[in-house]
Write a protein that binds this ligand. Structure first.
Ligand code: EPU
Length: 436
């Protein structure tokens, strides 16, 4: 298995460009099931999760080709298949995003029920209740969700709020089915994350009729057909936030280009409260300069425009070297703290009390062997490793590859001493060489 070997303590310096947003590109690719003509998505990052989605689409009769410029072209060649199988769904929860588009396009869907997740319970009850309000029948049989279209009359209102706020992929699934459901659908408590907004705009570019995009109330009037279109995916705000953390924690000077500062208001406000200097260079670039140890702050993760749960672990790494005590509270995934134990191994002083982690800053972390266990927790370990004294080895970086494209190349270009190695492969090569 690949791992990262990081020699920490080197300030990152220079410019880096973020890629397209994974969490916008995944549902957008799923939405291409609805298109009657070819679609071209520009700026889709080359990630493990994206490749998984392309394999699911292939099983569902969609041909997808990646062009040299990074865009992906899709074309529906077979409208019969409706099944997303266990073998693929079990590797990526975002596979659930084909549920709504399949129902909207083909009137039927069979999607393997997503299983457990290391970041805590991730139910899909709101997705299914929403589709039922659209007139669909929903049954769970032999590990699969079977959904079939029905009659919903001319008007329906759907509430998507749950105990932890609105659901991001649930909003997408209901929206993707509603755009093809006759009559009017009013979605209340819709998620307002920039990725949801981007996908809604993509649907509109395909011919959907959606009012209120970006607000918690979406009014959708069903249309008979959606056509193919060309669309550029928004920049990844979580990748941008991760790189800003790395710049700040290594006391470096990093300009993050190709990002959208407007989608990073909460993380930027928190950095400001920490005393970390972040300059808006222009409409698409931010420059972070880390001079001294950050000041402690309290962070509460919340639905957008609140502080994103997907940056909680990276900011916790940064707070682990702050000058005092910080409180980090998870309001989206109260159990999303798998990063804590590994950061503790690096010398961080963190105490967990329910959904809150109390982080008592230390002068510096010290490098050691750590294990990646989910995408964002792993990103936090890389950020911590770049800043720590000595060598950090991050095992199982396939988790990072799910959501960060060539992260080690981007960090190396900033002067970070990070390299990808694979001890098993190296040992096999040595053994092979000694046989010849
Ligand atoms: N929830 C319910 N019922 C539902 C759905 C969700 O109670 O039917 C709860 C969840 O348990 C959670 C909260 O609502 O407590 C929010 O979950 P949501 O459905 O919004 O999460 P998601 O759509 O499954 C997306 C991102 C996640 C990101 C969350 C929150 C994608 C593909 N995934 O997940 O991204 O953390 O929204 O912003 O868009 C990541 O990229 O690392 C990642 C985990």
């Amino acid at each position: 298995m690949d791992r990262f070997e990081i020699l920490g303590g080197v300030p990152l310096r220079g410019e880096v460009t973020v890629g397209g947003a994974k969490n916008a590109a995944l549902p957008m690719l799923a939405a291409t099931l609805l298109a009657e003509g070819p679609c071209r998505l520009v700026g889709v990052p080359d990630l493990r999760d994206i490749r998984t989605m392309l394999r699911i689409l292939e099983q569902l009769g969609v041909e997808a080709t990646r062009r040299d410029d990074g865009s992906i072209e899709t074309r529906v060649v077979d409208t019969e298949p409706v099944q997303a199988p266990y073998e693929l769904v079990k590797t990526m929860r975002a596979s659930i995003c084909v549920l709504g588009p399949l129902l909207g396009a083909r009137g039927r869907a069979e999607v393997s029920f997503p299983g457990g997740c290391v970041i805590g319970p991730r139910p899909i009850d709101l997705h299914l209740a929403g589709l039922e309000r659209l007139g669909a029948t929903v049954e769970v049989e032999a590990g699969y969700i079977h959904v079939r279209e029905g009659d919903a009359g001319e008007f329906r209102e759907i509430y998507l709020g749950g105990p932890f706020g609105p659901t991001v992929t649930g909003t997408f699934n209901v929206l993707a089915a509603a755009v093809r459901t006759p009559g009017t659908t009013v979605i209340q408590s819709a998620a307002c994350e920039p990725e949801v907004v981007d996908v809604a705009r993509f649907l509109v570019a395909m011919g959907a009729d959606i009012e209120g995009i970006g607000s918690p109330t979406l009014i959708v009037r069903g249309v008979e057909r959606l056509s193919g279109t060309t669309y550029r995916v928004i920049p990844d705000r979580i990748e941008a936030g991760t790189l800003l953390c790395a710049g700040a924690m290594t006391y470096g000077d990093v300009t993050v280009r190709g990002c959208d500062p407007a989608t990073l208001t909460a993380p930027l406000a928190i950095l400001e409260r920490m005393g970390v200097a972040v300059e808006r260079v222009d409409a698409e670039a931010l420059r972070v300069r880390g001079g001294s140890r950050p000041q402690p702050v309290d962070i509460v993760t919340l639905p957008y425009p609140g502080f994103p749960t997907d940056l909680q672990a990276q900011f916790m790494a940064l707070l682990s070297v702050a000058e005092g005590n910080s409180f980090v509270t998870e309001k989206i995934y109260p159990e999303r703290f798998i990063n804590v134990a590994e950061l503790q191994r690096m010398g961080a002083r963190i105490r967990k009390e329910g959904p809150t982690a109390i982080v008592s800053g230390v002068d510096a972390l010290s490098g050691c062997h750590v294990m990646a266990s989910d995408l964002r927790a792993s990103a936090a370990l890389v950020v911590a490793g770049l800043a720590a004294r000595g060598e950090t080895i991050v095992e199982r970086v396939y988790h990072i590859d799910r959501g960060y494209e060539r992260i080690e190349e981007k960090l190396s270009a900033l002067g970070g001493r990070i390299r990808r190695t694979n001890p098993e492969r190296a040992a096999a090569e040595v053994a092979g060489a000694s046989l010849t």
